[in-house]
Structures are given as C-alpha cells and as structure tokens.
Design a binder for this molecule. Structure first.
Ligand SMILES: Nc1ncnc2c1ncn2[C@@H]1O[C@H](COP(=O)(O)OP(=O)(O)OP(=O)(O)O)[C@@H](O)[C@H]1O
Ligand SMILES: [Mg+2]
Length: 141
C-alpha cells in the first residue's frame, strides 16, 4: 500500500494506522535516505502503542533503543553504522525477534540477510520538501 504524506504529522498518522494492526512478534524493516522520516515514523508507532514519543531518537550511536509501551516492548535498531551482520549478531538481534515485541530496523537493507523472511517492509521516499511517499508491504509467509 502506498501513502502520500505532506507533513511529519501525516507520517506519524500512517504509523498509527500500522500500529493498530500489530499483534506482537513483528519485524518492521524501514528503508529510505537520510532524513526520509524513518525515525519520525517510529515515533508515531511508539506513541500509538502508548509509549513516550520523546524517548524516540535515532539509535545511530546506540544501535539499539528499547521503549516500553502500554502494549509491546519496541526494539528500535539502526543498521546505518553497522560494519556488517556480525554487529547485529553481537547485540542479540535473533533473540530480540523472539521476544514477542515489535522489532523495528532503520536502514534494514544493510542487514537484509538477518531479517526474518516474514516482515513488514516500509520504504520512505522524499518527494518534496515536506512530501514523503510511504510504501508498506507485508512480505513472507
Ligand atoms: N512528511 C514528513 N514526514 C517525515 N519527516 C518529515 C516530513 N517533512 C519533513 N520532514 C523532516 O524530515 C526529517 C526526517 O528526519 P528523520 O530523523 O525521521 O529521518 P530518518 O529517515 O530517520 O533519517 P536517518 O537516516 O538520518 O536516521 C525531519 O527533520 C522532519 O522534520
Ligand atoms: Mg533515523
């Protein structure tokens, strides 16, 4: 499904719609250029799940942020600076996938080989200063 967003708020509301469909155990793979809105999308998701939006930041230097929301624990990773799959293994990525929380990965294409075959793929594309195309697809069985 493709959405057109014209503001940060609209991007967050697309994330809210997605949040309503989550059951726990999902892996969300986010891709898009620098500044495409991946972190804002995660903020919308965490807010919709009852977590604190201000806690959400790009985990670029932390590699992993954990948010406790009313419903699920959200594990927020960023593969931008990872050297390779080994770094993700080191933080226990595979175990995170088994916690029945929500695992969200920015720059997911960089660790594609580690992603579960069933996942929600989201690609954000900047189409104007404030405009973003957000494509969401569920892949795998
Ligand atoms: N429609 C929109 N949706 C999301 N962000 C928008 C939109 N319009 C403008 N922006 C701006 O674009 C930037 C998106 O930043 P954000 O940190 O979410 O990007 P990112 O994809 O996580 O980047 P990075 O790869 O550096 O982590 C913010 O400065 C935000 O204000
Ligand atoms: Mg980010």
């Amino acid at each position: 499904v493709k959405y057109q967003s014209h503001s940060v708020e609209e991007t967050e509301s697309v994330a809210t719609d997605l949040a309503r469909t989550l059951r726990g155990g999902e892996c969300i793979a986010l891709d898009g250029e620098l500044g495409a809105g991946k972190t804002h999308f995660v903020r919308g998701l965490v807010t919709a799940l009852g977590g604190l939006p201000r806690a959400v930041s790009s985990p670029t230097f932390m590699l992993l942020n954990v948010y406790h929301t009313r419903t699920f624990t959200v594990y927020h990773l960023d593969a931008y600076r990872v050297g390779g799959a080994d770094d993700f293994d080191a933080i226990g990525f595979t175990e995170l996938l088994e916690q029945n929380g929500i695992v969200v990965v920015e720059w997911a294409a960089r660790v594609k080989e580690l992603l579960p075959s069933r996942r929600i793929e989201i690609t954000l594309t900047q189409t104007g200063e404030q405009d973003r195309e957000i494509e969401i697809s569920v892949v795998g069985g």
